[in-house]
Structure formats: C-alpha cells, structure tokens
Design a protein around this ligand. Structure first.
Ligand code: PLP
Length: 450
C-alpha cells in the first residue's frame, strides 16, 4: 500500500479504537489532564503510561481493578508481576494492619520480622545463604554489581541485549541512552541473549576484566522470553572459568518456581536479585547469595557500605512474609498451569485467525508479540516486532475489560481460575477478529503463521 494510503488507513483504525477507549474513560481523561499540570506529560512511571492517556484506577479487589469511570478490568498486569495474590489479600492486609496498630511503619532500629523475611528467601533458594534488603530492584542490581566489583577488583560487566535490570546507569538499555555517563558505559559489554558463543567471545576478548555476568533466566521486560535450554548453565560455567561473578536477576522469574528459575534450570548463581513478589506489594526488594560475597556488606568487614532510609522497614517485612508464606510449590504449580493454558489458547487463536501473533513465556507469565519471526531474544523482540498493531491490540483489550501493559504481557494471579482464562481468551479472540481486516489492509506481512 502506498505510504499515504497506509497512513490514512492507520489513522482510521487508530481513531476507531482510540475513540471507543475515549468514550469509556472520560473521567480517566480528566485526571490525566489534571496530572499534566504537575507531572511531566501526566506521567511518573513510564512503563505504565500509554497513549492517548492511561486509565486511572479507583480501587481493586482480587483479580479485578476498577477505573475512575467505574469500568471493571480483569487484571493481567498485576503491577508487572508483583501482585501474585491479586489485590486486597486478607493475609497481607492483616499483616500490614498489625504494623499500623503497633506504630511500626519505619524505624531507626531493627524489628525482628526482617529476620523471618530473610530466612524465607534463604530457605527457598539454595544458592542464597544471606540477603540484604533494598528499596527497589534497581538498587539490588546495583549493590550486587558493586559486590562483584569489590570481590574481583574488576570493573566490566556483561549484560544481555534488550534486557532490563532497572534504572541503574550501568545496566540501562539501550546503553547509548541520553544522560548516561560514557565513562561508566565503557565498562558495560552487551551480548545477544541465549547465545553461548557470543558470551564466551565477550569474556575471552575482555579476559581478566569482567567482574560480573548479569542475566535473567527469562527476559521479562523484553517480553517473557525464556533462555535456550542449557544457556544459564553455560553462563554459570563461563563465569567461573573467567573468574567473573554470575548474577542472576530473578526479580521477575522468582515466581516461576519455589526455588526460582535457578532451581528449575539447575544452576547456582553467585548472587541473586529479588523484587516484585517478595514484599507483598510494598516497595522493597533484596539481593543475596554466597556468604563469602555477602559478607562484604557486613559492618564487621567494613568493605562495602549499604544503607537506605526505608530499607527493610517493618511494614514491608510484614507484608513480604505474609505474601511469601502463602506461596507454596502447589500454589505455584496451579498458577503456572493457568498460564500455560492461557498461552496455548492465545497461540491457538492466532494460528486459527492466520495472524502472525505469537505468545512467549513460561508458567504464569506470557507475552504477545506481533512479528514475522519467532521471538527468541532481545533482538527479535525489540527490533522485529510491530508496535503499531500492539498499541491497538492493547487498547482493544482494555475496551473489552482486560488490563495488560501496553506490551501485552499476561500475568496470572492466584484469585484467577480457568474462568478468568476463558474470559481473557474470548477477549483476545474478539480483538483479533476486530483487527483482522485492518491487518489485511495495513500490515499484510502479518498474515499467516510464524
Ligand atoms: C528483571 C528486572 N530487574 C530489575 C528491575 C528493576 O526493579 P525496580 O523497578 O524495582 O527498580 C526490574 C523491574 O521491572 C526487572 O524486571
């Protein structure tokens, strides 16, 4: 189709789907306009913002959220995988209330529930002997890298192309983003994901200089992309051979198995970062690993300093313990099975419709991609997929009462059952049916199967 005709067709479908969205979300629009006065672009968390403007939530319960206009949504976003128990979980609420009643929200002293919290993580994850708590996953990654640098005396780190490890400069993707100090970024080596030979080459070319290899076992933000079988084990072996610390970022993947993805894949990293589900929906994360490494942070050794006003605050410890105690191996198996059922169902819908949609993921985590080639790494996810159709698919799901991030991630929470999976599949099928004539007109390369 000629460029102008294509632009016109795209403008038409965008106006149709956005028009429906705007009709349903007039109050959200009003809040978004007010927000623009005080928050740049009406936003303070880019990863949950989308155009034309995001929905603004009024309240939530179990696996449902309700926006300012009173629309109900089945929540497959779950704060980017954090709310594994859904919203308003009775156990977590009671634990938080207990802290409120005791007056112990934040203290300039220790409270013993933080020990229980640490113990749960250490008992669940074999490679983790000790942990430290932080306020964000970003801080965990930063502190893990600092430990690796301190122990090895080296500066360079290796990360995967397209991965997301938070907002710490050294790991930001893309590494040439504005505002990053070039001197620091010179120490960040980016390799393709799931490519053992490329990792080996990078370590060889930087022999004796790499402090840490930092990886996810399932690339979360890039679109729930599992590593190839054996890749994590190769990364473990190569890190050891090259004297580098292997940091496994389990901030998303920890929910996939009682012992994290490292248990599933049979690897023992030196350090692990945690976030999301460990703090009951409050702002807290952690990193942990081999005692020898973690001891660098002990006040007795005085090697590394790590403080933080709200680190390990009693409120988050209570919420975290209350959440983690409910997450048993059986619990995980149940939500993983629901995730598999959703993924299989969505892949079936795309196949039947003859549309090149594909659903990647593992267990309770899935992600839809529209693109011509199988999505297997950061390159295929970020550079070959079609973002125009994704935007419309996302709005089309919102119009049908399904909440996902704009990148169409689907995360299962425990209040869900096969019933909610069926509801989501119906919405996906309807959205694909609605968009199929537009795909034929505007993106014919997306017709067929991947
Ligand atoms: C794998 C991974 N690492 C690190 C982070 C950063 O965590 P936070 O947003 O808590 O700083 C995230 C956040 O989504 C993540 O998915």
């Amino acid at each position: 189709m000629a460029a102008t005709a294509r632009d016109k067709a795209l403008a038409e479908v965008t106006s149709r789907i956005e028009g429906e969205y705007r009709k349903r979300t007039k109050r959200s629009y009003a809040v978004a306009q007010e927000a623009r006065k005080y928050l740049p672009g009406g936003d303070t968390r880019r990863s949950i913002f989308f155009f034309p403007y995001p929905i603004w939530i009024d309240h939530a319960k179990d696996c449902r959220v309700y926006d300012e206009d009173g629309n109900e949504y089945l929540d497959f976003h779950n704060c980017y995988t954090t709310m594994i128990l859904g919203h308003g979980n009775a156990g977590v609420n009671a634990a938080i209330k207990e802290q409120l009643d005791q007056g112990t929200l934040a203290l300039g002293a220790f409270k013993k529930n933080v020990v229980t919290w640490a113990q749960i993580l250490c008992e669940r994850v074999e490679s983790v002997e000790q942990v430290r708590f932080t306020c964000t996953g970003t801080e965990s990654v930063m502190m893990a890298i600092r430990a690796a640098r301190a122990l090895t005396g080296r500066d360079k780190i290796v990360v995967e192309y397209g991965g997301y490890h938070g907002a710490y400069d050294a790991v930001v993707f893309p590494p040439d983003s504005r505002g990053l100090p070039k001197s620091l970024m010179a120490d960040t080596i980016v390799v393709p994901y799931s490519d053992e030979a490329a990792l080996e080459r990078a370590l060889q070319e930087n022999k004796g200089k790499v402090a840490a290899v930092v990886l996810e076992g399932l690339m979360g933000a890039a679109g729930m992309i599992p590593a190839k079988k054996g890749y994590l084990q190769a990364a473990r072996r190569l890190s050891t051979e090259h004297g580098a610390i292997f940091i496994l970022d389990e901030i998303i993947s920890f929910r996939l198995d009682y012992g994290g993805i490292q248990h599933l894949e049979g690897v023992k990293p030196d350090l692990t970062t945690f976030g999301k589900i460990i703090a009951g929906g409050t702002a807290m994360a952690a990193f942990g690993g081999r005692r020898e490494l973690m001891q660098l942070y002990s006040p007795e050794s005085q090697v590394l300093h790590h403080a933080g006003t709200l680190n390990a605050n009693p409120l988050s410890a209570a919420a975290g313990v209350a959440m983690l105690k409910q997450i048993t191996p059986e619990f995980i198996a149940r939500i993983n099975a629901l995730g598999t059922s959703l993924r299989d169902g969505m892949n079936g819908i795309f196949r039947k419709a003859g549309v090149k949609g594909q659903v990647t993921g593992m267990g309770s985590l899935s992600n839809v991609h529209f693109g011509p080639v199988p999505v297997v790494d950061g390159h295929t996810a970020r550079d070959t997929t079609n973002k125009e159709i994704l935007h419309l698919f996302h709005l089309s799901l919102l119009n049908r009462g399904i909440l996902t991030p704009e990148r169409a991630m689907f995360c299962i929470s425990s209040p869900m059952s096969e019933r909610e999976v069926k509801t989501a599949l119906q919405a996906v099928e309807d959205a694909v049916r609605e968009l199929k004539p537009d795909i034929e007109r505007i993106w014919p390369d997306l017709l067929g199967t991947v």
